[in-house]
Design a protein around this ligand. Structure first.
Ligand code: KIV
Length: 271
């Protein structure tokens, strides 16, 4: 029988309390058990199995090709690696747009089969029925507004959103509507800091910013960007905390040299 864990897992309720107490929420993406266990150990509050895995893990140009099965596979791995962080599974393109019932069924698979504690989906007005359907049945939903990468072909670029008054007002209204529909948090991606501040101050639920300035209740980054694993992606909102591309390249070069000159393994590394 599985032993009860002694670690107090982060819950959606806890995130609401953190907002009320002014405690910032730390979020990162994760796609596998190894990274999830490191981030969990480091005390990250929320691990998002983002559809950014389409770019980071699968090598696609966009997140559009990512499937529900892909997210289920990676969420299972992250679930096995983490014991404290709240695990949020991203709903991929076309898994929630067709009909609220289908969205509900797919979100249920992410929780029941993959072990997610919550799901995330992109959009405002057009996803409210799906959000209400899920939250009424006890599925915690995180919204995502501003630059929503699944709409890249509609936007035409990855530029910041909500710079014009009309779009800013739409994003603001969408945030309030998502809260009313039952969302427990909202990711705000690449919008002006002043707009994110206004939204954050108007909501009971936490905002999680990525390129949305310092006033959000929490922050999220794609881990490969903040660790310097991605080399040709330098948006201003990414702070690089390491340069793992260079450090891994260096380590692999040294290993290669040792193998080629017969220096590895040595006697103490042999049986
Ligand atoms: O897919 C993802 O990683 C995301 C975050 C960037 C918020 O949606």
């Amino acid at each position: 029988m599985q032993q009860p864990s002694t670690v107090r897992a982060v819950t959606t309720r806890r995130l609401l309390d953190m907002k009320a107490q002014g405690t910032k929420i730390v979020c990162l993406t994760a796609y596998d058990a190894l990274m999830a266990s490191i981030f969990d150990h480091a005390g990250v509050d929320v691990l998002l199995v983002g559809d950014s895995l389409g770019n980071i893990v699968q090598g696609h140009e966009t997140t559009i090709p990512v499937t529900l099965e892909d997210i289920i596979y990676h969420t299972k791995a992250v679930r096995r690696g983490a014991s404290r962080a709240l695990i949020v599974a991203d709903m991929p393109f076309m898994s929630y747009q067709v009909h609220p019932d289908e969205a509900f069924r797919n979100a249920g698979r992410l929780m029941k089969e993959a072990g997610a504690a919550a799901v995330k989906l992109e959009g405002g007005q057009r996803v409210l029925d799906a959000v209400a359907r899920m939250t009424a049945a006890g599925i915690p939903v995180m919204g995502h507004l501003g630059l929503t990468p699944q709409s890249i072909y509609q936007f035409g670029s990855y530029q910041a959103r909500g710079r014009e008054q009309e779009e800013a007002e739409q994003i603001y209204r969408d945030a309030l509507a998502l809260q009313e529909a039952g969302a427990f948090a909202i990711v705000l991606e690449k919008i002006p800091a002043s707009l994110a501040k206004r939204i954050t101050e108007s909501l009971r639920i936490p905002t999680i910013g990525i390129g949305a300035g310092p006033w959000c209740d929490g922050q999220i980054l794609v881990y490969a960007d903040m660790l310097g694993l991605t080399v040709d992606f330098h948006p201003r909102f990414v702070r690089r905390y390491d340069n793992l591309f260079e450090r891994i390249t260096d380590a692999v070069r040294r290993y290669s040299e040792d193998v080629r000159r017969g220096d590895f393994p040595n006697e103490s590394e042999s049986y």
